[in-house]
Each structure stands twice: as structure tokens, then as C-alpha cells.
Ligand binder design. Sequence first.
Ligand SMILES: [Zn+2]
Length: 189
Amino acid sequence: MAATESSYRSRNLIREAVDTIQAIDAHAHNLVEVESEFPFLRCFSEAEGEALSFAPHSLSFKRSLRDIAELYKCEPSLDKVEDHRKSEGLVSISSKCFGAANISAVFIDDGIVFDKMLDWQSHKSFVPAVGRILRIEHLAETILNEEKCSGSKVTLDSFTEVFVTKIKSYPSSETNVKLFVVNPQIIFL
Ligand SMILES: [Zn+2]
């Protein structure tokens, strides 16, 4: 019995710590406007195309939907949750979600373009600290595509020169910039 009470207390302490500790999202993608073509269902699953239609049958979807509906205080159905998001608006919904998740900082990877996505700095309206992740593979891809379009011959040396120059110039418009290299990303603070 004593052991059960002890483990119960330990579980409560762990739960309390998890509930109160501030979180940092070290790799997030840009929020999109409510009217975006990006399917809301993709917030629950990384599946695409036909596979996405199976997402509502997964346990993670059902659990997530239940949690979101509880947070929004609406019925736990995808339609009702989406209706609520539209009626509340992006600013209200985002503030509520970031607040409930107790996220103190977020690092945005804006290397993937979504329909009607917010620029990374806009996220400062919802989170105390926002940083930017530069996807170096996306930068490399952009440079190679630009070089290819210009018709010039790309060598390892020419590519490296452009790549390094672009990385050095990248944070020039931002203040108090610190640079962290976290394979394979670069994080600007
Ligand atoms: Zn990413």
C-alpha cells in the first residue's frame, strides 16, 4: 500500500512538473491564415493525398481532437473545431493554444512555403521569444536552382562561395543576432 501511495505521489509530482514547466518548440513551421488552402487535418498528421483521409481513424487524431475541443470548449468533432477556429480568428486561437501549451520560445523553420502563411516575425504576437531556423538544405537547393537557371556552370568552389556568402548575409536585417549551427539547421536568435 505504502509503495502504491509513494508511486502515486511521484506520478503527481511528475505531472505537476510537466504541467508547469515552460516549453521551447525547437522546430516549428509557420502558422497559416484560417483561409489557407493548407488542410487543417494536416495539423494532426504528416500524411498527404489519399493517406490523409485515414488520419481521423488514428488514436493520435482522436486524442488530439478531444484535447483541442476541451481547450476550445466546443464539441469534439473536426467540423465544430474548424467552425470555432473560423469564428474566433487566428490571433485569438493562436494565443489560446500557445498559452495552454506554456510555450515560452519557438524556432520557426520558414523554408517550406505554405499557402497564406504568416512570416516568422509575426509569431512574436503569440510567443515571448521567436527565433528563426535556416534550413541549409533549402538554401543549397535555392542556390543550385538559381545557378542552373542562369546557365552558369556550378563547381564545388563556386557553390561553396555563394553558400557561405549567403549564410553570412542572412541575418543582416535582424538585430542582436546570434548564430547557432545545429546539424542540419542554423538557428538565428
Ligand atoms: Zn521543418
